[in-house]
Every structure is written in C-alpha cells, then in structure tokens.
Design a protein around this ligand. Structure first.
Ligand code: NAD
Ligand code: ZN
Length: 369
C-alpha cells in the first residue's frame, strides 16, 4: 500500500492506495467511527460490484452499514439528490463528529462531499473512490459540488475528507473506456509538471491500463501526490498554481460543450484531446518543440484516447469552439487564460491568447487529417 499524506484546509489526512481496501473497509475506517453504524452513499453500478464486500467488512466488525443508492450518471449531482441525501443523513441521525462514506466515482464524491460540507455546518466524510478519475483527481483537493441549470459545479464548497481509500481492485470492474478516460488525467500530471513521470508513462502506460498492480499503484500514487502538492500551493485557486491542473481543459471544455456533455466524448477523452491541442498550439506559438508536442500526441494515441479533432466529425468551425471557451467559468472577463507548455513537464498560464488566433488554429486542426 502507498500512503500519500495530504495537508489541506488546515487538516491533514491520508490517501491510502492499494489492493483490498474495500474488502478491508471496516479495518481502515473504524478509528474514525464513533457509533456501530455507518452511512454509505453509492450508485447502482458501484453497489452491484462492491456493496457486498464493503457491507460484510463492516458486519464482521459489528458495524451496521446503512445504504443510500443513487442512479448512476452526471445527472445525480442535482439539488434534488442533495436534498434527498441530506434528508436521509438527518434521518440517520448523523452528527457533526460522524462520518459519511462516499463510495463511487467523482459524481458520488462531489455530491456526498457537498452534503457532508453543509450537514449541520459540516460533518466528516470518507472518500472511497472507485474510478481512476476519482482516485487521481476528484477525491483529492476538497472541491465538492452539484450542477444546476446554469452549468456544472456552480454550487459547492471546499470540504476536505478525513480519509481517502483508493482501492485498486475497484478498477477491475471499471469499464475500459472509463479507465482510459481517467488515464488522461494521469498523463496530465506528467505533461504539466513532471517530465520523468511522463517518460515513465510512455514506457508503462499499457501496464497501468491493464491494471497491473505495481505500475498501477505507482501511477495513482504519483498522480495523487502531484495533485496534493499543487493544490496545497494554491488551495483556493487565487494564484496561477492550481490553474495548471486545467491543462487540456479549456480546449476540452469546448469539445464537451460542442458534443453536449454526452457519452459521445467523456470528460477524460476531451481532456486528452485538449492536451494535444494545447501542446500543438504551444508549438505554433514557438513555445514548445515540435518533437515534444508530437510526443504528447503519441502518448494520448497510445492510450487509445482521441488525439485528432478532425476525426470527431464535429461539423463546426473553430470560432464556434472558441465561443464555448468564452462561456467556460474559467474565463475571466476580457481575458483568455490558457495553460500552455514550454516543454513536457513545464506548463504555465498564458494571458495573452487571442480568441481569433485560437479560432484560426482550431480551423486548421479541424481541416487536418
Ligand atoms: P462517475 O462517478 O459518473 O463514474 C463513471 C461511471 O463508472 C458511472 O457510470 C459509475 O456508476 C461507474 N463506476 C464507478 N466506479 C465503478 C467501478 N469500480 N466499477 C464499475 N463501474 C463503476 O464519473 P467520474 O469520471 O468518476 O467522475 C466525474 C465527476 O467528477 C464529474 O461530475 C466531475 O465534475 C467530477 N470531478 C470533480 C473534481 C473535483 O475536484 N471535485 C475533479 C474532477 C472531476
Ligand atoms: Zn478533468
């Protein structure tokens, strides 16, 4: 097991990464529980694969697990579910010193984390992330949120968990496409700030995607440590540090918006292609070598992630994609902050990017191939 210590929000806690953590959930969580009862929120897909293991682990420790199972999907991050979950936690008589368990992907983590943030002005919660994306990204950093009609993640809070248990076994039941999508965020840590890790992934990415124990644990632990470090440097996103985590996300957001945030393009797939575009755009500005930009493309391609925008058959022009970026909440009025690259492992936030130039670049990319 790898343990990554995290210090955020004036608290310190551990992200434990390894095998068997769900089968041993009770053993891991018991020191944090005050009652012989534990509330667990999950979704139907995760429950199907993992509820029995977690439930019997707690039963063996004479702790009754109480379950709230939501329908899977992004739509679960709603006001309605926030109300249902908080009502249920109140009915379960959860107090401030108690812990709620969030068993699932980023959707469950975000929703349950937010419920915990506001329940009695904040109760404890433990993250049991079951997707690669949740293990390397959403379960670390303390951002919690729901979606509204006005957009994604617009209502939320910073609330740190007391413990994160990233069980690598959980990824065995994760569909391969979701695994690859999460891998895009792993690759992102290498591209934005760790060239050595990028090189390691170029050699070992296939083994990570095949869920080989040792490479998988190393990839998750390295990613978690990278995210924890960057977030700690800029916890509330007031400087440019945390913004580096948005590498690939500005282009990616435009692609997600254009495809209607649908299954046509998963978030991680959009980020992967977004990273390729950020690298190529950086090369066009003379900031990164063509060779490095090409290596980013190859790494994305080798992982079975989309690397060519022309292949998506979007049927729109560059201006339309650039307009989506303007509507992204990450855009400050009047400026277009973009995470660009000087080299693999050396990202920065550029504030002089002109919309017209990006549109032209995207037109060329859309015509290519
Ligand atoms: P998700 O939670 O929807 O999970 C993806 C799919 O996999 C779902 O259908 C789920 O039911 C299923 N699943 C989960 N674990 C499984 C397992 N072990 N076996 C089989 N199926 C499993 O999506 P996600 O990609 O994990 O997370 C996306 C969400 O995370 C978005 O809402 C996004 O906004 C949020 N997010 C938050 C942060 C943050 O900092 N808080 C960062 C990145 C993303
Ligand atoms: Zn992302």
């Amino acid at each position: 097991m790898a343990v990554v210590p995290v210090e955020l929000g004036g608290r310190s806690y551990e992200v434990r990464i390894g095998k068997g953590l769900l089968h041993g959930a009770a053993q891991q969580c018991v020191p944090l529980l005050r009652k012989p009862r534990v509330p667990i929120v999950t979704d139907r897909n995760v429950a199907q694969h993992w509820r029995d293991a977690v439930e019997s682990s707690f039963a063996d420790a004479a702790i009754e697990s109480r379950w709230f199972v939501l329908e899977p999907g992004e739509a679960a991050k709603s006001w309605e579910n926030l109300r249902r979950v908080t009502d249920w936690l109140l009915a379960e008589q959860v107090e401030r010193g108690d812990h709620v368990l969030a068993l699932g992907g980023g959707v469950i983590g975000d929703l349950v984390g937010f419920a915990a943030a506001i329940l009695k002005r904040g109760c404890g919660f433990i993250q049991l992330p079951t997707t690669l994306l949740a293990q390397v990204d959403s379960s670390v950093g303390g951002k919690t949120a729901i979606n509204t009609g006005a957009g994604k993640n617009l209502i939320g809070a910073f609330h740190q968990p007391s413990l994160v248990l990233a069980d690598l076994d959980a990824l065995d039941t994760l569909p391969d496409r979701e695994m690859r999508a999460g891998y895009a965020e792993v690759l992102k840590y290498g591209v934005l700030g760790d060239r050595e890790f990028f090189d390691w992934l170029a050699a070992n990415g296939k083994a990570v995607l095949a869920r080989e124990d040792t490479p998988l644990e190393y990839a998750v632990a390295t990613s978690v440590a990278a995210k924890a470090r960057i977030v700690a440097e800029d916890e509330r996103e007031t400087a440019d540090r945390r913004a580096l985590l948005n590498l690939g996300h500005t282009f990616g957001h435009a692609l997600e918006a254009e495809t209607g945030f649908s299954d046509r393009l998963l978030h991680g797939e959009a980020v992967a292609l977004g990273m390729v575009l950020a690298a190529r755009y950086s090369a066009r500005r003379g900031q990164i070598s063509d060779a490095d930009a090409e290596r980013v493309t190859r790494a994305v391609d080798a992982a079975g992630l989309p690397s060519e925008i022309a292949a998506l058959g979007l049927g729109c022009d560059g201006r339309r994609l650039a307009d989506h970026m303007l509507h992204d909440k990450k855009m400050d009025a009047g400026t277009l902050p973009f995470v660009l690259l000087r080299a693999i492992g050396d990202a920065h936030v550029a504030r002089d990017v002109e919309l017209a130039d990006v549109s032209e670049f995207l037109n060329e990319e859309l015509r290519a191939g």
